[in-house]
Ligand binder design. Structure first.
Ligand code: F6R
Length: 582
């Protein structure tokens, strides 16, 4: 989490307000507090603010600036804990994304050497450690290298030194890129901060460190290395809200295209991966919505003869002893940076398992660890909540499942047919109906979501969407489980969203009846209306694609619940888009 950015140019200064808008484009990575430092002759000047990123107080321009938007992990949201962090003598100003595991030990060592600390963050040790090593080093780079050798944990770092016309950087397990413009270089957690300036990017590798000024110097294991410049293949408009009030609504609406785009894949690659799946033990690892996507497709894999073990990435360690070169991993991640997933993939690699990624962000850590990458092709997802990436993940998994029985085109044709349903579900008239429901549910304390089979995964994903953006407690249950405990929670008026398939729906309708007889307010998501429903959302389309179709009204419902409650749907509290901590 946290976003870092540094601008360097020896010829062209940047307005500080413009620089701050670059930090703002990273605020999906964290939005608790923000700050920046710029070089003014041989002095470092810093501004820090709490809350959302606004216009800076400092006016003017600079040629060397670093900035940060914070998602608090170590220490509360205070100015002292806000980045950039400066060393005791104000020689070094530094921003960091990640966790320094041995910060306490380093803090004690620095205290013994006369350094003072003012905040609670793990980051604060880094600028002071660089300053400490400067005492015995011939260059800033040497002091930086000595510092890096002492740090344990994950990080992306950039810093300014008062006397150097350079921005120093390093990465280990946290993303860092360099945007290459005509007369400036920009080091940043993500390309979104510079996509409107340049599409030329270098994706730094783990262990890279160095500096930028008018040139780029990159080292790894003390040797200078060269990294290729790639071209970003999506347009800046994709990272803008356009006519939409929020990214969440824009991204929900985009699904009419993104579900199709997700299926534009290299058929040879799909065939190769499918052959691997057929001849090995398959583990699907992911977190959050990406995990729910795997669960949503599980039934299709089972139907086509494959039993995938679907495991939360953070629990994967327990499976290590079962892994071998005969294992195939499908790692699913929108960001490609989720640390738990990256760790799971690293474990699998040590056991020589094959790694296939379903991933959205090009150049992300996951893409560099994987043997094969299936890109989701949905463009940048800026809202913290996963919407279009979730349905794209499900679509790709369905493609893999149908490839198992040598019918890869089956899903493609079927998806073409369901696009008209997605078109309706994302239309204004469908959303109007969902908005009405949000008015009914806005004061609820609990919402339960219930489904069976593939719709159980939809229930889980629906509950996740509702709770993370509206802060209403929502929980997803398998229809068959409710009478084993959860039904005790039902009171008069408790909202229960029930996902009802077109075929074999007797059991789930009985569950709805059981809930209704205890006073529940039943919201049915189905093709046909049923007498048990107190509110009905009509969703047409084949059951096979219900994980894609039936989640869309709930994405919209979640959005409207947030709006009704005066919340920002793009930036729910306590969350960030890319979870690069354990
Ligand atoms: C929920 C959501 C999260 C992510 C999870 C994994 O709306 O966005 O649950 O799905 O943090 O993120 P990725 O897919 O980037 O690994």
């Amino acid at each position: 989490m946290c976003g870092i950015v540094g601008y360097s140019s020896t010829s062209n200064s940047i307005e500080l307000s413009e620089f701050v808008s670059m930090i703002k484009s990273l605020d999906y990575r964290g939005y608790d507090s923000w700050g920046f430092t710029f070089k003014d002759a041989d002095q470092l000047k810093t501004e820090k603010q709490l809350g959302k990123i606004e216009t800076p107080n400092q006016q003017g321009s600079a040629t060397f600036v670093i900035g940060h938007t914070r998602w608090a992990t170590h220490g509360k949201v205070t100015k002292d804990n806000t980045h950039p962090h400066t060393s005791n003598s104000n020689k070094i100003s530094l921003v960091h994304n990640g966790i320094i595991e041995n910060h306490q030990e380093l803090r004690n060592k620095l205290k013994d050497n006369g350094f003072n600390f003012y905040g609670e963050t793990d980051t604060e040790v880094i600028p002071n450690l660089i300053e400490f090593h400067l005492r015995t080093s011939e260059s800033v780079l040497e002091a930086f290298k000595k510092t890096l050798d002492e740090l344990k944990g994950t990080f992306a770092i950039t810093f300014l030194h008062d006397k150097s016309k350079k921005i120093f950087f390093a990465r280990r397990d946290s993303p860092l890129t360099i945007g290459v413009d005509k007369d400036s270089l920009i080091v940043s957690s993500d390309v979104t901060s510079f996509i409107d300036r340049t599409k030329k990017v270098i994706y730094l590798e783990d262990g890279d460190y160095g500096y930028i000024n008018s040139e780029i110097k990159i080292f790894n294991k003390e040797k200078e290395v060269h990294r290729e410049i790639s071209e970003i293949d999506w347009d800046v408009s994709k990272a803008k809200k356009g006519d939409f009030k929020h990214f969440m609504l824009k991204e929900i609406s985009e699904q009419v295209d993104t579900v199709k785009q997700a299926l534009i894949q290299d058929s040879k690659l799909i065939e190769k991966i499918t052959n691997e799946l057929k001849s090995s033990e398959v583990y699907i690892v992911a977190c959050g919505s990406s995990y729910n996507a795997a669960k949503a497709a599980e039934g299709e894999f089972l139907k086509n003869g494959l039993i995938p073990r679907i495991i939360h990435a953070h629990e994967f360690e327990q499976y290590e002893k079962f892994l071998s070169e005969k294992s195939t991993i499908i790692a699913i991640s929108q960001s490609g940076e989720t640390l738990d997933l990256i760790n799971a993939v690293k474990i699998a690699k040590t056991r020589e398992a094959k790694i296939n990624a379903i991933v959205n962000v090009q150049g992300s850590s996951l893409t560099r660890l994987s043997d094969n990458n299936i890109f989701m092709n949905v463009g940048p997802e800026i809202c913290v909540l996963s919407t279009k990436s979730y349905t794209a993940q499900v679509a790709i998994l369905m493609l893999l499942a149908s490839s198992l029985i040598n019918k890869p085109n089956e899903s493609k044709q079927e998806i073409e047919e369901i696009v008209r349903h997605i078109y309706y579900l994302t239309s204004e008239s469908a959303r109007k109906h969902t908005k009405e429901l949000s008015q009914i549910l806005r004061y609820s304390n609990h919402i339960f979501t219930i489904g069976r089979g593939r719709d159980y995964a939809t229930a889980m994903e629906a509950a996740l969407k509702i709770k993370e953006v509206s802060y209403i407690h929502a929980e997803g249950f398998a229809g068959g489980e409710i009478k084993h405990g959860p039904i005790a929670m039902i009171e008069h008026g408790t909202p229960c969203i029930v996902f009802v398939p077109n075929k074999n729906n007797q059991d789930i309708l009985s569950n709805a009846q059981e809930l209704k007889s205890r006073g529940a307010f039943i919201i049915g998501i189905s093709e046909k209306k049923d007498e048990t429903f107190d509110y009905w959302i009509k969703v047409l389309g084949p059951d096979k694609f219900s994980p894609i179709l039936r989640i869309i009204p709930i994405q919209a419902l979640s959005y409207y619940l947030a709006i009704m409650k005066g919340l920002d749907p793009d930036k729910p509290r306590n969350l960030a888009k890319s979870v690069t901590v354990k």
